[in-house]
Design a protein around this ligand. Structure first.
Ligand code: SF4
Length: 414
């Protein structure tokens, strides 16, 4: 069956706002008729969001890259063992100094994620968030993935809900969507066999939603997952959203193969996902996740140019200014570390869309009817010194090359 004939029945469903089935979603992922998929997703997005494309003036902060799962998440280029070259852990004063870059910029959100440090306790994070809130009372704090929350619960011997309550009390407004990867147990056994299971990841977000903490959700694609894995992942997100309504946005995340073991094992070093697959993941996400308000494109992973095109493929949310992007640049992303406020607005305008600056909760901060492109907003360079520089880790494991038996016989997802 060619892609075009397979998609014909879906057009009717999208037209009438009917929910797509698992088979529909599989047909979309197996189709090469990208323009039809994009047109349908654009239709679904316009019905919900019109021509508005939002972004947040945000700043990423990664307090530590030390992670106890460093040797088992084989797709990750960010993490280090405590004594490994390039390992860092910020003191609270260093975090506050980095955050002070926000003072000279229109920052409205701190996006804070890091590794699972064996010794950093809940108090470190609570003190960090309280300190940030005291220094930047108008900046939202979106912090800690479900994986980090579960790690803190384990080392503190608290329930996940108790950790979430402590974070909320310290000023956290919402949770980022990282750590979901792809829920398929088989794919997880290959790329992250010691991480939370998909069910556990969903349980943390369910608990957050029940406590009034909305969150984002993600899917890491372009590694060993099958099309069925992608579909089942999206359906699990859709089912939780039916239950809680707590997801704000869905963000497909492109796997980058450099400086990690998985990229070497797959022979994919230097070859990131294709623009074709990046756009398809945006569009299928929009079509399947009919109950999640927003779909976001992450320009540090897929380039600002693909992100701009994605705005016509069902996407209504563009990753913001970022300031310090470390996680994907460690994995070989060749994109800029940050974009200026004006560059973000210009990208959206250049796609014929209406830019809207939003806060973490998707409330409108500013519209741009009278916007005149000007010189880029000056950005502070950020704290300087060796502790703030990226030191890319070698491609091979520092010790003990791990074999990946599960990879044998697995075809690349492309
Ligand atoms: S993906 Fe997250 S949990 Fe896994 S090694 Fe990297 S930082 Fe640690």
């Amino acid at each position: 069956m060619d892609g075009r004939s397979a998609l014909a029945p879906l057009a009717d469903k999208v037209e009438h706002g009917e929910r797509l089935t698992r088979d529909d979603a599989l047909a979309l992922f197996h189709s090469n008729d990208l323009l039809t998929i994009g047109r349908l997703a654009d239709q679904a997005n316009r019905r919900r969001n019109g021509d508005r494309v939002c972004f947040a003036a945000n700043q990423h902060i990664n307090p530590t890259n030390v992670c106890v799962l460093r040797n088992t998440c084989v797709f990750c280029s960010f993490a280090r063992m405590p004594q490994e070259a390039g390992a860092y852990t910020r003191s609270l004063d260093e975090v506050f100094a980095e955050a002070d870059a926000a003072r000279d910029n229109p920052t409205r959100e701190f996006h804070i994620v890091g590794g699972l440090h064996p010794k950093l306790r809940l108090a470190y994070y609570v003190d960090m968030f309280r300190g940030l809130k005291a220094r930047h009372p108008d900046v939202h704090i979106k912090a800690l993935t479900a994986v980090e929350v579960a790690h803190l619960a384990r080392i503190e011997q608290l329930s996940v809900s108790d950790v979430l309550l402590a974070l909320k009390d310290a000023g956290v407004t919402s949770l980022p969507g990282g750590g979901a990867e792809v829920f398929s147990p088989a794919a997880r056994a290959t790329i992250a066999d010691k991480k939370l299971t998909g069910e556990e990841w969903l349980a943390v977000h369910r608990a957050a939603h029940r406590l009034g903490l909305p969150s984002n959700c993600t899917m890491l694609y372009g590694h060993v997952e099958t099309m069925a894995d992608r579909v089942d992942h999206l359906l699990a997100l859709r089912a939780l959203q039916d239950e809680t309504g707590g997801f704000l946005t869905y963000i497909p995340l492109a796997y980058h193969p450099d400086h990690n073991e998985l990229g070497e094992a797959l022979g994919r070093t230097g070859t990131a996902t294709s623009g074709f697959d990046d756009l398809k993941n945006i569009a299928v996400g929009r079509l399947v996740l009919d109950n999640i308000p927003h779909v976001k494109t992450h320009w540090p992973m897929v380039t600002p140019f693909i992100s701009q095109v994605a705005l016509s493929f069902g996407c209504d949310d563009l990753e913001g200014t970022v300031v310090f992007e470390r996680v994907y640049h460690e994995a070989g992303a060749g994109t800029p570390m940050w974009l200026s406020y004006d560059q973000i607005v210009g990208l959206i305008r250049g796609a014929g869309k209406e830019p809207v600056e939003r806060d973490s909760l998707y409330r409108t901060v500013r519209t741009f009817e009278d916007w005149v492109p000007g010189p880029d907003v000056a950005r502070a360079a950020g704290p300087e010194g060796p502790t703030f520089q990226i030191s890319q880790r070698p491609r091979a494991r520092a010790r003990g090359q791990r074999t990946l038996p599960v990879l044998q016989g697995i075809e690349s997802a492309e």
